[in-house]
Ligand binder design. Sequence first.
Ligand code: HEM
Ligand code: HEM
Length: 208
Amino acid sequence: MPNSSRSGAIAATVKIAAGADRSHYDAASIVLHWATVVLVVLLFALAEVWDFLPRPERHLLIVAHMSFGIILTAVIIARIAWRLTPGHQVRPAVTGWVELAAKSVHYVLYGLLAAQALLGFAIRWSGENPKAMSFFGLLIPSPFGPSSKALHELFEQTHDWLAWAIIIIAAGHALAALYHQYVLKDDVLRRMLPEGHARQSGRTAPRP
Ligand code: HEM
Ligand code: HEM
């Protein structure tokens, strides 16, 4: 290969690996995405398990759920702020109705997660006898006065329903990512993996 075309190819590879063509998510987006995944699964598992435990252990799991829930709230705010900052968007990996479907699922997940965070606080801070939120034992008292029991129960029920909705939609989204990676082999999953993985593959997602 002549020198000029070899250096051109190296420059293009470095550019692609660095995500400069916006076909790959940046490091901050990747960390925030996988932190969200771990926290959502952990929060769901804690909430599904605590009903089977006696009081002291149940209380510990509820405090853990609230504490990691507050961390997830911060992660969601950071992710949405980062995504809205110019220069942090990626090119779509797919086109047409598939692009619309993928984007809709992403927006629905962001919306449900934001609603879930608000409901988490609302559950504790509502009802006839509002309780404090706990961040690893640090108590954050309710800024609101007492409210009706019915409102408190509505917040609880909606939080429970949204939990299942998030898990089911996220599972469908994960299966779609795996389908792209292993059946269509278009490297969509690698867009959300650290750059080492993208470079090893030597491929990037197709341009729209
Ligand atoms: C995003 C931040 C979140 C916060 C601040 C939060 C907070 C809370 C709080 C305070 C409770 C009530 C605990 C009690 O006093 O009994 C609760 C219950 C629950 N949470 Fe969360 N949560 C969050 C996210 C999640 C997520 C992502 C899921 C699952 C995907 C989830 C699933 C549940 C479930 C299933 C319950 C039990 C509801 C019931 O049976 O009434 N939470 N959460
Ligand atoms: C609780 C679980 C999950 C949630 C809430 C979630 C949420 C999201 C969101 C909101 C986006 C859009 C990112 C953006 O453009 O701002 C996204 C992208 C992505 N997620 Fe997830 N995700 C979850 C689990 C997973 C899993 C388990 C996988 C892999 C098996 C995965 C693979 C991907 C990939 C590859 C993208 C990039 C898609 C593209 O390039 O268009 N996600 N995810």
